[in-house]
Every structure is written in structure tokens, then in C-alpha cells.
Design a protein around this ligand. Structure first.
Ligand code: PLP
Length: 363
């Protein structure tokens, strides 16, 4: 039996493990957020974020988790009296719809079976009816392990409905999968620090198009904390933020973004894809099937159908007792599925260590 891993190693879809030197970077002494030390740091981190998010347009760093930027998207992208379209194929696309409703948006929900990707034909009849300012797409549904083909949806929406903004939640995919923001002509992409970027929770990052900012100028009430035009003004005038940011986390981001760029994005994406392949092979070896519709399996998180009727809660406990943490199914899929993440810093060798422990349980 392998030794107990301490502290526990996380194979859940966030938070993911943070490298020791990145954790340690947070202990640097604090500086004021109007000081040159801070403005240098903030400018530096934003500069590294652009290649990581594959954009030459605007990037924003917010002190909040990803849900905060879901709120920013609907507050800034939708004019009064106009609508936002929410295809819902899992728990997090459902959450984004709730965020829009909670902000008073006219948010049209299109329910799709969990496990299916979003397709243009699900959106088209609604968009064709008119009145939409934006579509809100979750790229990688963490609850079901489904990754939708946002590139092709974006190309078709852009062509048929040029005024509809493309807002993408890439919370569990950015940094683990190639998402060419500028090439796909997306308008807003949001992500959280604690998943494929392998930082502690507490920061959220966005790439934003010129087109999106032009829309925001037409929206009279954008709130304050998540007003992208205010964030833009503070960044361009003074390389700082309107409110006090999580400075310690920015030290960590500065370090982690260097590590990511040194690994190389292609190598990082390949490592995530390899984690997926190993996980699929392990699942198939044991007679499990995968939850997502074939062809749409996520390279960052695998959702496995419990077709062998194992006691998932006991299996999760078994792994935890050995210091390895996997996820039960999310929400209504609890017990019916279980989830193994291969995101962030996880290596193929660490995936194999997990499979040894799960093999032991299954035998
Ligand atoms: N969107 C997706 C796809 C997620 O997986 C999550 C969290 O797991 C969220 C949004 C919410 O992100 P956060 O917890 O960082 O607010």
C-alpha cells in the first residue's frame, strides 16, 4: 500500500494544489496599493496574464472568486430592456443564470440535458427572435465534465448575430486548455484563481474585448465594485484598483504566472490532456463509462458514471484516508457519478498514484 500523502493531495476540481514557492510568495511584506511597489507588481501580473489568456486586449484582476466576474459580465454587458441567453447544461451554467436573475436581468434560460454540450442549434431559435445583447456560455461544465465547442459556436454567433456579445465562463478550463480569446473573437472570458491556474482562491481574472467595453459605456448602472469601466480607469490612470486588492495573492500570481510561462502553455495543455487520457483508460479498465456525451469530455476534469454501483462516498473516504481527495458527483449527480480532476499542477505520475489507491478499493 502506498504511504499516506500529507498534506492531502487534491484531485478535486478546485481548489487545486499550490506549489510551495507560490504559497511562500504570499508571505512577503505588504505594501500600500497606491505605492510604486504595488503598481509595478500589478502591471507585471497583468502583463503576464495577457499571454496566459491569449489576448492582446484588456485584462482585469479582481479580488473575488469567479462568481464575482459572472456578476460583472451581466452587469456590464446587458443594456436595460435587452436580454441575455443562458444555455444550462449543468450546475455552474445554472448558477450564472441565477446571478443574472439576481441582478435584475431579463435572463432567458434554455435547459439542456446534463452531460450534453451546448450547441448552436440550442441557441439559434432564441437569438433569431431578437432582443439579445449577450449569450452566457460555460465552456467547461465542472459538474458534468463536459467541454463545449465554444470556438465553433462563437464563429457562428459572431457571423449571424454580430451585435450579440459572447461571454464565456472558463473557470475550470482557462490555463488547462487552449482558448484563443482574440482568435475566437470572444468578448469576455472569466476564470478563477484556484483551478487550472493553481493559485489559492480569492482572485478572478478576465479578458475583455474593446467591443465589450463599448457596450459597457451604453449601460447606465453597472454597479460599482464590478464596474469594468471603473477598473479600466484605475488601471490605465494609475496601475491600481479602486478598492483594496488581495495584495498577498498578487505576489502568488506573480510567481505562479512565471512558473506557467516557463513550463510553456503548449506543454501545460498537453499535460492536462494526458491526465484526461490516463483517467479515461483507468475508468475503462474497471468497466466504468464516462458521463459526458462522447467527444465532449473535458481535458481538465473527468466525470465518471457509477455504472458499477460502487459506494462512491466510501470510495472517496478510502482515498482520503490515504491523503488523496477526489470528488463525489455534483448536486443531483452525487452517488451516480464521481469526479477526478487532472488540472493545475497534477502530473501523470501523481495520477497513477491515485489509480493505485482506487484499484486497491475496487479490488
Ligand atoms: N463556473 C464554473 C464552471 C465553476 O466550476 C465554478 C466553481 O467551481 C464557478 C463558476 C464558480 O467559481 P467560484 O467558486 O470561483 O466563484
Amino acid at each position: 500500500m502506498p504511504g499516506i500523502v500529507t498534506p492531502p493531495r487534491l484531485y478535486i476540481p478546485g481548489p487545486t494544489e499550490v506549489a510551495a514557492d507560490v504559497l511562500a510568495a504570499q508571505t512577503q511584506p505588504l505594501v500600500g496599493h497606491r505605492s510604486t511597489e504595488f503598481t509595478d507588481l500589478f502591471y507585471r501580473v497583468a502583463g503576464k496574464l495577457k499571454p496566459l489568456l491569449l489576448t492582446e486586449q484588456h485584462v482585469y484582476i479582481a479580488t473575488c472568486s469567479g462568481s464575482g466576474l459572472q456578476e460583472a459580465a451581466v452587469r456590464n454587458g446587458i443594456k436595460p430592456g435587452r436580454k441575455v441567453l443562458h444555455p444550462v447544461n449543468g450546475a455552474f451554467s445554472e448558477r450564472w443564470h441565477q446571478v443574472a436573475v439576481g441582478n435584475g436581468c431579463e435572463a432567458v434560460r434554455v435547459d439542456l440535458p446534463w452531460g450534453q454540450p451546448i450547441r448552436l442549434e440550442d441557441l439559434d431559435p432564441h437569438l433569431a427572435a431578437g432582443g439579445f445583447d449577450a449569450v452566457a456560455l460555460v465552456h467547461n461544465e465542472t459538474s458534468t465534465g463536459v467541454m463545449s465547442d465554444i470556438g465553433s459556436i462563437a464563429a457562428q454567433v459572431r457571423q449571424r448575430y454580430p451585435d450579440v456579445l459572447l461571454m464565456v465562463d472558463a473557470v475550470s478550463s482557462a490555463g488547462g486548455v487552449r482558448i484563443p480569446f482574440d482568435e475566437w473573437e470572444l468578448d469576455l472570458l472569466l476564470t478563477s484563481s484556484q483551478k487550472c491556474l493553481a493559485l489559492p482562491p480569492g482572485l478572478a481574472f478576465a479578458a475583455v474585448s474593446d467591443r465589450f467595453l463599448a457596450r459597457a459605456r451604453e449601460v447606465p448602472f453597472r454597479g460599482w465594485y464590478f464596474d469594468l469601466l471603473l477598473l479600466e480607469k484605475y488601471f490605465s490612470d494609475g496601475r491600481t484598483t479602486p478598492a483594496t486588492p488581495a495584495i498577498s495573492l498578487l505576489y502568488a500570481a506573480d510567481r505562479q504566472f512565471d512558473r506557467m510561462l516557463a513550463e510553456g502553455l503548449e506543454a501545460r495543455w498537453a499535460r492536462h490532456a494526458q491526465g484526461m487520457q490516463l483517467t479515461h483508460a483507468w475508468a475503462h479498465k474497471h468497466g466504468f463509462t464516462l458521463f459526458p456525451e462522447p467527444g465532449y469530455e473535458s481535458p481538465t476534469i473527468t466525470c465518471i458514471r457509477n455504472n458499477r454501483d460502487v459506494d462512491v462516498a466510501v470510495m472517496v473516504k478510502h482515498a482520503k484516508a490515504r491523503g488523496l481527495v477526489i470528488g463525489n458527483g455534483y448536486g443531483k449527480l452525487k452517488g451516480q457519478t464521481f469526479r477526478i480532476a487532472h488540472m493545475g499542477e497534477l502530473t501523470p505520475a501523481q495520477m497513477e498514484e491515485l489509480f493505485v489507491v482506487l484499484d486497491e478499493f475496487l479490488s
